[in-house]
Each structure stands twice: as structure tokens, then as C-alpha cells.
Design a protein. Structure first.
Length: 201
């Protein structure tokens, strides 16, 4: 039984083409640069949702680290600067299924519950100040907690996002007027910013 079939997403010729291209790594072999139509976009989003739902059991209480080992991501704790991206994918899949496939309530429920578990982890992380002494608060809390609050009204998500914004403010160096990227604020060797600092404001 195909994954597509088990998740009950309708398979189209565009989805089949997308899967074939991905499996054969033929994207670079395309001879034309035709504009992608809405059916092909929907097929790509369907495929992405399938992948998220497939790995959700391993990554509900845990997160994907910033890098793979042997092309696989091992479940890890919520301590990396990239952890918000995975939770953001959960909320994007939830929003997409809700809009496009409202009959897929079981899958939406799975995504919703996983997203809530992840929000609680982010709240705990910011309350206990676990690996938050850096500029990446936006990468962590916008796709996870801000998205959760906007989609569901979750008050824990709102609280976590505000605490993360407050944490980011502690990185501000007033004299030159920039957010310090990493490390203790009073150590000269850490007195620097990087372009990523601007994307978290």
C-alpha cells in the first residue's frame, strides 16, 4: 500500500510526476522552465504533508537536529537553533489540510496534538532558558509559537513567543545599536552581529 493511499490524499498525475522526479533526482534535467501551475503546487504540498505525517510519530515529543547523520535525522531534545522549523512544518501542514482537505480530520487532529506538544516544549525551553543565549529567537519561536497562536489561539504559544521576544531584547547592544549574535554580552570576543540578527526583529 502506498503512503499516498494510506493517508487518503487523492493521487493525481501531478503528484505521480512529482514523486517520480524526486525519486530519480531529475529536477536538474528538466529541459524547460515552465511556470508551475496550481495543480503541481498542490501535488507538491500533498507530498510534503505525507512526509510530515509519516515521520510525526518520531518527532512529536522530540525534534530534528540541525544536521543529519548518514542522511537521517535522529530524534533529539529541543536545544538546537533550527527546532522551530520542524514545528512550523507541522503547523503549515495542519493549516493546509484544514483548508484543502477538511474531511481529513484524523490527520488534522494528529498534527494539532503534535503541535501543542511542541509548543509546551518551547514554553519550557524559554522559561528555563535552555539554549536561548543567542539571536535565533525568531527562527525558534515564529514558526512554532507565533504560528500556533495565530492558528489556534493557544495562550501557551503566545506566552512563549512574548518571552522569546523579551529574551531577544537582552541581546541588544545599545551603543552601536545592534543585536549581539552569540555569547555573554560582557565579553569582547562576542561583540559582533551577523546578518541573521536582522531577521529576528
Amino acid at each position: 500500500m502506498s503512503l499516498h493511499h494510506s493517508l487518503r490524499l487523492p493521487r493525481s498525475k501531478y503528484t505521480e510526476q512529482f514523486v517520480r522526479i524526486m525519486k530519480m533526482n531529475e529536477i536538474t534535467k528538466l529541459k524547460s522552465h515552465e511556470e508551475i501551475g496550481s495543480a503541481a503546487i498542490a501535488a507538491g504540498l500533498d507530498f510534503a504533508c505525507e512526509q510530515i505525517l509519516r515521520i510525526l510519530p518520531d518527532f512529536t515529543d522530540k525534534f530534528q537536529p540541525a544536521y543529519s547523520v548518514g542522511n537521517f535525522y535522529s530524534p533529539s531534545d529541543n536545544t538546537d537553533w533550527t527546532n522551530g522549523f520542524w514545528t512550523g512544518e507541522i503547523w503549515l501542514a495542519y493549516e493546509y489540510l484544514k483548508r484543502r482537505y477538511p474531511e481529513m480530520q484524523n490527520d488534522m487532529d494528529r498534527l494539532y496534538k503534535a503541535g501543542k506538544v511542541q509548543v509546551k516544549s518551547f514554553l519550557e525551553r524559554i522559561e528555563k532558558k535552555i539554549s536561548v543565549d543567542h539571536h535565533d529567537m525568531g527562527f525558534l519561536y515564529s514558526p512554532s509559537c507565533v504560528a500556533a497562536y495565530k492558528l489556534t489561539g493557544d495562550e501557551d504559544a503566545r506566552k512563549a513567543a512574548i518571552l522569546a521576544a523579551d529574551q531577544l531584547l537582552t541581546r541588544f547592544q545599545p551603543a552601536p545599536g545592534f543585536l549581539q549574535a552569540w555569547g555573554p554580552m560582557d565579553q569582547k570576543e562576542n561583540y559582533r552581529l551577523i546578518i541573521d540578527c536582522l531577521s529576528h526583529v
